[in-house]
Design a binder for this molecule. Structure first.
Ligand SMILES: [Zn+2]
Length: 327
């Protein structure tokens, strides 16, 4: 019974053993970075829990329950997600849909499953409402939570769940899988831009992500040299999403730092020319410092409702220039 993705074999095997031996915890928290297939693994476990004729503990894919699960219409499986991506899960979704669902007797099998993804889209009130059902687990009801950022869940929720900590595949494994899925063109660059997370790389494929990445790298290069780069900055970044730009800057600087330490460890072939030009202007220490400052700026920007993009970038990059000048 294969895992949804090859790098999940060990975690999947462990879940199947628990399932077969009827000792699966009633609340599981699937955590790990985004773009590595956490939700699909949780979904697969949900299907296996509902299957009427499980093979080796996993879903058969053919029985009526499996077909209903595939269609998303199994009455004993409730999937809760924000109504629009990026929004919060409404408290009513948990209070009305879930409490009703948990109290109701299962229609087909003895089991019921609630799948909440992303679980960090619950605010405190919603999460408190969920806690109720975690405190009084109903027999045969399983709760599967999925999150990239477990720290954003209430500690009381985390402590009631058993965590399934999923890790990204190694670079080579991720690259092989990604190339098999969509061919070699730009494969390394896309995977590098996705921090090595294969499903995130698939998501970036076909978007203008690499062009945006190049812009961020070039902005860093220009601002590392003396000259009035800041006079054109506001116009240059007018159409850019600040959070996204800071994220690309982190990825670029991370790769520059790796490349400076050991050139063959770069994962972004398209950045090599910029890396070369950068090496003449900045030291490894200054790259490490700007990377730290960029992380801090990204955190500050997220904590502010309406951050001043130009001001924030100016102060971040001015620091970089000062460092670059004496490198
Ligand atoms: Zn089945």
């Amino acid at each position: 019974m294969l895992a949804p993705f090859p790098w999940q074999g060990t975690d999947w095997a462990r879940l199947l053993v628990d399932l077969r031996e009827e000792r699966l915890h009633h609340a599981l928290l699937f955590s790990g970075p985004s773009g590595i297939g956490k939700r699909l693994l949780a979904e697969r476990l949900a299907r296996s829990l509902m299957c009427a004729y499980p093979a080796d503990g996993g879903d058969c894919g053919q029985c009526r329950c499996c077909r209903l699960m595939q269609a998303g219409t199994h009455p004993d499986c409730l999937r809760i997600a924000p109504e629009e991506p990026g929004r919060q899960i409404r408290i009513a979704q948990v209070r009305e849909e879930m409490i009703d669902f948990v109290m109701r007797t299962a229609s087909f099998a003895a089991r019921k499953v609630v799948l909440i993804a992303p679980a960090d889209a619950m605010n405190t009130a919603t999460a408190n409402c969920l806690l109720k059902s975690l405190e009084e687990p109903t027999r045969g009801t399983y709760l599967l939570l999925v999150t990239d950022t477990p720290v954003r869940l209430l500690p009381t929720i985390r402590s009631r769940c058993r965590t399934v900590a999923l890790r990204p595949p190694g670079w080579e494994e991720a690259l092989q899988w990604f190339i098999a899925r969509r061919g070699e063109t730009d494969a390394e660059d896309l995977l590098g831009a996705a921090s090595g997370h294969p499903l995130e790389a698939l998501r970036l494929d076909g978007t203008d992500a690499l062009r945006q990445f190049d812009r961020a790298a070039n902005l860093l290069l220009r601002s590392a040299q003396p000259g009035p780069w800041y006079s054109t900055l506001a116009g240059e970044v007018a159409d850019v999403d600040l959070h996204q730009l800071l994220a690309w800057m982190q990825i670029y600087l991370g790769d520059l730092s790796r490349w400076m330490a050991s050139p063959e460890s770069s994962r972004l072939p398209r950045a090599l020319a910029v890396h070369e030009a950068m090496r003449a202007r900045v030291s490894e220490q200054s790259v490490a410092r700007l990377l730290r400052d960029t992380l801090r700026a990204a955190r500050d920007a997220r904590a502010t409702t309406n951050p001043n993009k130009t001001l924030l970038l100016e102060s971040l990059l001015a620091g970089w220039q000062g460092v670059a000048a004496d490198a």
